[in-house]
Write a protein that binds this ligand. Sequence first.
Ligand code: PHB
Length: 364
Amino acid sequence: MTTLFDPLKLGDIALNNRIVMAPLTRNRALPGQVPGPLTVEYYTQRASAGLIIAEATQVSAMGQGYLDTPGIHSAEQVAGWRKVTDAVHAAGGRIILQLWHVGRISHTSLLPGGASPVSSTSRRPNAQCFTRDGFVDVSAPRALRDDELPGLIDDYRRAARNAIDAGFDGVEVHSANSYLLEQFLRDSVNDRSGPYGGPLENRARLLLEIMAAVVAEVGAGRTGVRLSPATTFCDTPLDSNPQALHSHVLDRLSALGIAFVHMIEGETGGERAPASVKPPIDYAALRARFNGGWIANNGYDRQMAMDAVASGGIDAVAFGRPFISNPDLVRRLRDNAPHNDLRADLMYGGGAAGYTDYPALGAA
Ligand code: PHB
């Protein structure tokens, strides 16, 4: 029987165990959106994870929606990330980068020249983002023209190349949690006509073109994607048929041969089976459509994770908040040891407190 502590191959990426660190926004990038020495220490402390999926990272300056989140579009950012990946690899870990564009979840004060956020639509959600002045309502977006989309696809391709040049073992394209690619996927947001709007095949086109470009650039064996069919984060209602939409996406991703899918089950950071999702998403049916590796996420505890991997339905489990407060989460899961408490007020922004000062077992 497979356990959480057995090795796993996700495409070309060899994991020592099936415990994955989920991508977590921590808002500690230095000026220029560059990861600094504290970020090196933070990820190195967590290198016993089978795989670290480093925090959501902008593919372009236009992709930013929160203060002090890192990028992967400048030479300084690549150099900063290189220090992170070298240190994680020296500690025996594996690390990939999550490629992010927030789309309409942004504010003019965060964007180059005070630009408007861009999206599939010009409709503004009732959502907030975090700026120099604290939480503020997001700015009204501008709908991207179809002739701008090749440039956007190229931003993802270049970001994937930069990630590999920075020493990452692969990339995860962020197509979840209300950000740009979900703004194209869902008919609750995407109000376009033409090749990228209307039927689900058209709404999935941008994601699939980006995935094909990333695969051509860095290889299918180093490419994954994150999806969240049931999440309504940031005033983003469900698609009218999330099961059909995601079935199509997974069929096509399976044909592309990508390394893994990272599936958020239920509402991100919240209920695993929200009653408002009717009919409920059939995650097992989605999994059955995809040939590659499958990482499941959202609210798993030790027993649930062990049972899920033992049943063979999924290959690995991603933990978010438990990895913030427990740098040695793998050992604690193996030994069934108690966890440190999360200091939620220190999650976003600041320095070492609540970031690199959580003790490992025996080091209190
Ligand atoms: C956030 O910054 O709050 C955030 C970022 C990426 C996610 C979810 C939340 O996928």
